[in-house]
Design a protein around this ligand. Structure first.
Ligand code: ATP
Ligand code: MG
Length: 275
């Protein structure tokens, strides 16, 4: 049966996002634990649009690597909420901060799962547009799931509006800034692959790959680095398979970037996890 808000008891705040708050909640009768993303009735129209978009996408998706939605609530006060499965280790960003950088074996597990989620999304004509460590959730079983669909795009008719400035600019691919130069044969799905490449590098190196550790740049500097610089590459010590995988994700020309489907057969993902 459907969950109503009076069934849920708030236990703690898990995070604040753009205009919304995510709570850990307990279902009073079943004791099941969920995450509840709440956007208040008095929030601005952009925030409301984003949470409605997210609801629409989570309702359509059913994949082991996309956060599961257990229902949506709308209160008379205008509050809107999404009941999601609770991911007990939080985001890959928080895991990086608490447990340090990821080994290649761990990253292969992460990459395989994110690609599995992305290939599902892309097959269903959905572009996430904000893939980054803080939008990837993880649980104790090391299951990784894509979350936060507030700026995602459902491609129904045309390949329009994919270059609009949504998402987190640091993870945006060259063609999102400069479609004329880097978007030959424009294909919005490839921008999620670029963001995945940067995400894996960041989890391996411990800092955003376009910048030296500790540096917080202005965004013009960053945009220049993304559009005019070489794609970042892994430091010495990384294996050839990992290096190759990241290169396949970080082709500046979007049509040369591998698809999620193709990357799932890359040798980096099929290595023996013990080596
Ligand atoms: P941001 O602007 O930080 O990306 P947002 O409004 O886009 O935030 P989310 O990313 O969906 O919102 O969630 C905000 C935070 O809440 C996350 O960074 C994470 O810490 C926590 N969170 C969200 N969903 C879950 C979940 N299903 N299980 C556990 N924690 C979650
Ligand atoms: Mg987020």
């Amino acid at each position: 049966s459907a969950i109503s808000s009076s069934d849920l008891e708030k236990l703690q705040v898990l995070g604040h996002g753009n205009g919304g708050t995510v709570y850990k909640v307990r279902h009073k009768r079943t004791s099941a634990i969920y995450a509840l993303k709440v956007v208040h009735g008095d929030s601005d129209s952009t925030t409301r649009r984003q949470v409605l978009r997210e609801m629409e996408i989570l309702r359509r998706t059913d994949s082991a690597n996309i956060v599961q939605c257990h229902g949506c609530l709308e209160k008379p006060s205008g509050d809107i909420a999404i009941v999601m499965e609770y991911m007990d280790l939080g985001t890959l960003d928080s895991l990086l901060k608490s447990s340090g950088t990821f080994s290649e074996a761990k990253l292969a597990l992460v990459a395989r799962q994110v690609l599995n989620g992305l290939s599902y999304l892309h097959a269903h004509k959905i572009i996430h547009r904000d893939i980054k460590p803080s939008n990837l959730l993880v649980n104790k079983n090391m299951e990784v799931k894509i979350a936060d669909f507030g700026v995602s795009k459902i491609m129904c008719r045309t390949l329009d509006a994919c270059t609009s400035y949504v998402g987190t600019c640091a993870y945006m691919s060259p063609e999102r800034f400069d479609p004329d130069t880097y978007g030959g044969n424009y294909n919005g799905y490839a921008s999620d692959i670029w963001s995945l490449g940067l995400t894996l590098m960041e989890l391996y190196m411990g800092h955003f790959p376009f910048l030296p550790a500790g540096q917080r740049p202005d965004w013009a500097t960053l945009m220049c680095a993304i559009c005019f610089g070489e794609p970042p590459s892994l430091p010495d010590g990384a294996s050839n398979e990992f290096r190759s995988f990241v290169e396949c994700c970080l082709q500046k020309e979007s049509s040369k970037r591998w698809t999620a489907e193709k990357l799932l057969s890359h040798p980096f993902l099929s290595r023996d996890p013990e080596t």
